[in-house]
Design a protein around this ligand. Sequence first.
Ligand code: ADP
Ligand code: DP6
Length: 327
Amino acid sequence: MKATARASANIALAKYWGKRGCPGNYPAVPSLSVTLTQLTTQTTVEFIDRLPRDEFVLNNVLRSDRARDRVGHLLDEVRARMLRPLYARVTSTNTFPTASGLASSASGFAALSAAATKAAELSWSNERISDLARRASASAARSIYGGYVLLRAGPEFGTKDELSATPVFSATHLPLVVFVCVVTDREKEIGSTAAMLRTQEMSPYYHSWIEHAERTCRQIQAAIEQRDLEHLAELVESNTLAMHASALSVGILYATEVSARIVEVVRRLRACGTMAFFTMDAGPHVKVFVRPEDATKVCLELERVEGVLRVTKAAISDVSIRWESDL
Ligand code: ADP
Ligand code: DP6
C-alpha cells in the first residue's frame, strides 16, 4: 500500500482566480495552463497499519499545520473508498520554492492524488484523479495532464458533480520556451486561497474580473489554436494584469520592483520585434514565454535584470504524472 508519483507544475495563461459559492472548491472562471518540464513534485504515500494519524513531511520538514490538514482532507476522500481505511505517511519534495507563487500547490496535490489513489489500489481514471486534485487545489486538476490544459468553471449552483481538467493541445502544437524568473525563495505572506477569497468578498472589480476572465480564456484558447502569438501575448498579459488588479484593489500586492523591471524588459524586447510575453501568479516571480529560436537572447536579457535570483528554463511537457518505475 505504497506508491510514489512525480507531477509537473503548471503555469496558467488564463488564470483561475475566484471560487463558486458552493462547497467542493469549484472555480468561478475557466483557466488554461501549460504543464512545465522543470518544476516538479515527488510524493510517496504509504498507508500503514496502526498509524494513529496522517503524517506529512514536506521538503524534509514534518508539518503539523494547515499544510498537513490539506493533505489529510484529500486522503479522507481516498479513505472513504478503501475497504480497510488506514492513515498514511506522506513524504513530498518540491524541486522549486514552496508557497511562493510557482504553483507548488498544483504539482503538490497532483502528485499526492496520483500516489494516494495508487497506494490505496483504486484504479481511477485520470479524470477522476484530476477531480480529486481539484477539490484540494483547483490548479492541481490541470497538473494531471501535459501540454495545454483547460479547466472549465464550476456550475453556478451547488452540486456534487465531477469537474476535471482536459488537455486541449499538445506541446508540439505551439512549442514555447518558458523562463521562470525567480525573484525570491521566501514563502508569500498570503496564500492563493486566502487572497482569492478576499478578492471575491471585497473587490469592487471582482465582477468585471469574472467577465474579463471568461472572455479572455476563450480568446486565449482560440489564439493558441491559430498559433497567433501576437494576439496571445496581448491576451495573456491583459488576463494576468486584470487578476493582479483585482487583488491589488483589496490590498494584496504580489509584484515587487524586480517583477516590474522584468516586465519592462519583456515590453522592450517586444517593441524591438522579439516575441516575448509575461505572466505572473500569486507571487513576485515573472514567467516569460518566447519562441525556441529566441530563447538564448532573451535568457541573457532576463539574467541581467537587477534583483533576479536565477532564471529557470522550462519547456512545455506533454506528460505530467510519472510513476516510480519511470523515475
Ligand atoms: P503556490 O504559489 O506555491 O502554489 P499556494 O499558496 O497556492 O502557493 O499553495 C501553497 C500550499 O500548497 C502550501 O502551503 C501547502 O499547503 C501546499 N503544498 C505545497 N507543496 C506541496 C506538496 N508537495 N504536497 C502537498 N501540499 C503542498
Ligand atoms: C494565481 O489553485 O492554489 O496560480 O484552489 O484555493 O488551492 P486553491 O487555489 P490555487 O490558485 C491558483 C491561482 C493562480 C492562478 C492559476 O494557477 O490559475
